[in-house]
Design a protein around this ligand. Structure first.
Ligand SMILES: [Zn+2]
Length: 422
């Protein structure tokens, strides 16, 4: 296309039509420079698509791509905040006292109308939105520790408290709520492209109140998934703790996270609620990981590792210290796994069998591998090593997918045995 700019002038011609800049066009080192503040008007002339440029936050959207956020607070005890997005999102999630932070680096999430929404709730009090240096950030404030879980293929993030006192199995499961408007379950997945999340009901969170700040206390549990088992998937390592150096540039923590996300998807489509212990590059201690799985009331805990040596997958169950377990209802921390170990071994055997069925090289063994010893529910660790294509397999979605499919099918096959032994 023809465009004519003149150094030092604010007038230009694009496709034969006049255009005026907010400041003069400049030429430096044989490059033409336009004022940033003119981009919103200038780029659509070239691209034929709407352009939304947020100069102060350094974010530029080409096309009609903004992802909307809907908020739905289920004022149950404990409360759950469902965030519904008009398209799948993949934020980096971190927690600090009183706050759960989601940072959207690549997702074109846009402001929910008001920068801050207050909830009429004593625990989850506020959500606030900000943009800075290319990122959008959503902070949820609470006076108890929070965790987030994804559902609905990345379109819903459920923020809930980590409850220690009451051992309700459903603590960390995605909310299954209905509010005033009738939202029959059959509407879910109807494929209509949602422009507005309030018109995209899902079984997880049928309706969203954007910016209303009005908790819907009329929410009632539909309990369509009474027997939905929570699987806690733990991508080992993270943050400064990088795990093994699989190559010069590939830390184990990256492989475990990608693998965990694939496994989450495979488990979700098989009807499990899934919580990743990290969904970004953050670190936590082994004790914190075990505690998170225990307080969440998980039915199964799966830890994921990766190695550059070996062939295929290794599936581990805990190797308990000789002194445990005790006789009473209390178990030493290092032998917390003891009552669940028989089922853990069934899970391991099922994974080995499913992988063998798929000609995926696999070996099962037990190891004193923390935090397997410290979790109450059936627990396995799966270490992924390269297959026939060598180290490239570790970052191959296809290779990881084959392993994830086998693990998910195996977990389904023993679903009835999962949970904390009574
Ligand atoms: Zn590892």
């Amino acid at each position: 296309m023809d465009a004519e700019f003149v150094a030092g002038k604010t007038r230009a011609r694009i496709r034969g039509r006049d255009f005026s800049f907010a400041a003069p066009f400049l030429v430096e080192n044989s490059r033409g420079l336009v004022p940033l503040s003119s981009l919103s008007a200038l780029l659509p002339r070239f691209l034929g698509a709407p352009v939304n440029f947020r100069e102060s936050s350094r974010r530029l959207f080409v096309g009609d791509v903004g992802i909307q956020i809907g908020f739905h607070l289920e004022a149950s005890n404990p409360p759950r905040l469902a965030l519904n997005f008009s398209a799948p999102v993949n934020p980096t999630i971190s927690t600090e006292p009183g706050k759960l932070r989601m940072v959207f680096k690549r997702d074109p999430v846009v402001s929910p109308g008001s920068q801050s929404i207050s909830f009429d709730n004593k625990v989850i009090t506020q959500a606030s939105y900000s943009e800075n240096n290319g990122d959008a950030e959503l902070d949820v404030a609470a006076n108890q520790p929070l965790m987030a879980s994804f559902s609905n293929n990345g379109r819903t993030i459920v923020v809930s408290t980590i409850v220690v006192s009451t051992a309700t199995v459903s603590t960390a499961q995605p909310a299954t709520v209905a509010n005033g408007s009738p939202a029959p379950p059959s509407v879910a997945g109807s494929g209509s492209a949602p422009q507005n999340p309030t018109q995209a009901p899902s079984p997880e969170a049928p309706a969203a109140n954007i910016g209303s700040g009005n908790a819907n206390t009329g929410a009632s549990n539909m309990n369509m998934n009474v027997h939905r088992v929570l699987a806690v998937v733990d991508p080992a390592h993270g943050g400064d703790e990088r795990g093994a150096a699989l190559t010069d540039t590939l830390p184990e923590k990256n492989v475990t996270l990608g693998f965990a996300r694939l496994l989450r998807h495979e488990l979700e489509i098989r009807g499990f609620a899934v919580a990743l212990l990290r969904d970004g590059d953050n670190s936590s201690t082994l004790d914190q990981r075990a505690a998170a799985a225990n307080v969440a009331g998980a039915g199964i805990y799966i830890s994921l590792h990766a190695a550059s040596q070996g062939n295929g997958a290794r599936v581990y169950t805990a190797l308990l210290p000789v002194e445990g377990p005790s006789n009473g209802v209390f178990h030493p921390w290092n032998a917390a796994q003891a009552p669940a170990l028989p089922v853990s071994r069934m899970v391991s055997a099922a994974i080995v069998a499913e992988m063998q069925k798929r000609q995926f090289p696999v070996r099962g063994s037990s190891a004193s591998l923390r935090p397997l010893n410290n979790v109450f529910m059936p627990a396995v660790a799966v270490e992924l090593a390269p297959g026939a294509d060598g180290i490239a397999d570790l970052t191959s979605a296809n290779y990881q997918q084959r392993a994830a499919l086998a693990i998910a099918d195996a977990v389904v096959s023993v679903r009835d045995r999962l949970g904390v032994p009574q």
